[in-house]
Design a protein around this ligand. Sequence first.
Ligand code: 0RA
Length: 643
Amino acid sequence: MSQENEYGAGQIQVLEGLEAVQKRPAMYIGSTDTRGLHHLVYEVVDNSIDEALAGHCDDITVTIHEDDAVTVADDGRGIPVDTHEEYDRPALEVILTVLHAGGKFDNKSYQVSGGLHGVGVSVVNALSKWFKVTVKRDGGVFTHSFEGGEPQGDMERVRDLEADEETGTEITFWPDDEIFETTEFAFSTLSNRLRELAFLNSGVRITLEDERETDDEGQPLSETYVYEGGIREFVQYLNETRTSLHEDIIYFEDDDQNIQVEVAMQATQELQGSIHAFANNINTREGGTHLTGFKTALTRVVNDYASSNDLLSDLDENLRGDDIREGLTAVISIKHPDPQFEGQTKTKLGNSEVRGIVESAMHEGLSTYFEEHPDTAQAIVMKAVEAAKARKAAKKAEELTRRKSALDSTSLPGKLADCQTKDPDEAELFIAEGDSAGGSAKQARDPEFQAVLPIKGKILNVEKHRLDRILENEEIRNMITAIGAGIGDEFDIDEIRYKKIVMATDADVDGAHIRTLMLTFFYRHMRPLLEGGYVYATQPPLYRIRYRGETYDAMTDAERDEIVAEKCNGNPTQVQRFKGLGEMNPEQLWSTTMNPENRILKQITVEDAAAADKMFSVLMGDAVGPRKQFIKDHAPEAEWIDI
Ligand code: 0RA
């Protein structure tokens, strides 16, 4: 067998590797929807962050180009370019064409990011129409390019590295639109994650540029995140819109058995806690051993402090964990050489040794902190005592019975027009704003699988009330009973009666407000609904245009103008403006908003819990300044709230 043939055999193996990814992309990146699309960027950025954590990189730039190609550039050591012995090809090519090859480089064993999407850059290459890489390393500048994962020619050394030039890697890829349902990147999704990464890795400078949006001088929209204070600044940021109970941010760190632990926290006056746990930069939404260790130590230290300072005299029992966590903002971040991720979405940390390590770090750190800052300790205890008292009062007022009746789904609300099917996979619940839209929707629906629940305009702002008050609200009780899966800690996603819960609200400011109130409720008390992707919003058209027996719907003024010009020769028979869902007749409501054949529903997902928490407290909380700023920053898309 000639040398050439051997090389050929190697190539086949390479292609098989990436074909597996192309055949079953979801196995490698979770999904091919917008979430999977954004994971491509995170996958590359994770590699740059690894370089930063190893102390070789402090600047990362992510650029979204006009055609939705993305460039990630870093000043790390650069992907190795020397010959890979096993393959007899440049390591760069092997890393980009062989699954998991990146991990085979022994000197990368420090790697702490990854885990959830630590599948390797080759996966990004496999899922891109084209992929280009430039590496500065070993005294030279090297380039290579790929199409559909296949190398186009050989790696080239294009020039020598200038003496003062830094090493680094620059990757540009264009996601394959035949693989992904959408290839449009969302600035807000990327900015939330990149900001989070900058908080979690203090000192790393991350810039996000969007060339699709330029300012008056033609400069791309650009944001830079760099936080010397790390997760301390994260807590500060989360609390910008909350009223804190003490000035200082409590912070400590520890390193034990090669596991790094960091905790930052600050108590606030709010009712909602905001506790976020990360392992190797991954948001462990399902919690895990680090969170358990944190909670155990928190409850113990606060109770110890309270009893030894005689602060529990009004209370005939100890403080409970959830009393102490009421209104507490905290970020726990651990870095582990071999993290085990478990749970349905692989976002639960499983390593059992971590529990004790975090618990003792937290015990030691917080006890010391309390001794040195008695005012802060006092503020935290007083807030927890207040929460405990409220809890007991609520219990006395037979909160439990009320909760029971609210949960009891044997008696469905009178206002609900239920559907015939009892199969949640098929059943849809339209929650309609106002009695007139509700009435129209009841006539318009297909009663086989569509249920309609009308609710009165503005439901209660749940951000501002404890559960006992929330359950007194009839609209909220109706939603709980109709959905049928309980609420809060007792919410059981397996019991939901509909797998599409559609917020049918008008396309105006009031509609946006009501949507936000509903979303706040779902987010705070039925979060698995959002995490499972069961919540949707209608997107009714604004205009209906008729011309020569045809009808066209337009979502925006611009779309209307386009239709009038292009479809109606500038002379439409009729242009009807829909003011609200309530004004559509049942036929119009069916054809524009409810008929699965041609309606447009927007699925609401929670990509990032910390960002969502922050957004809800900005929009629904007490602080007026930040809310105005938020709406100003996000106008005009503030009308559409994406979490
Ligand atoms: C393999 C080994 C090493 C670094 C990398 C890959 C690497 C990958 C990416 C992707 C984007 N930026 C990157 N930077 C580095 C270790 C290199 C060494 O030991 O010198």
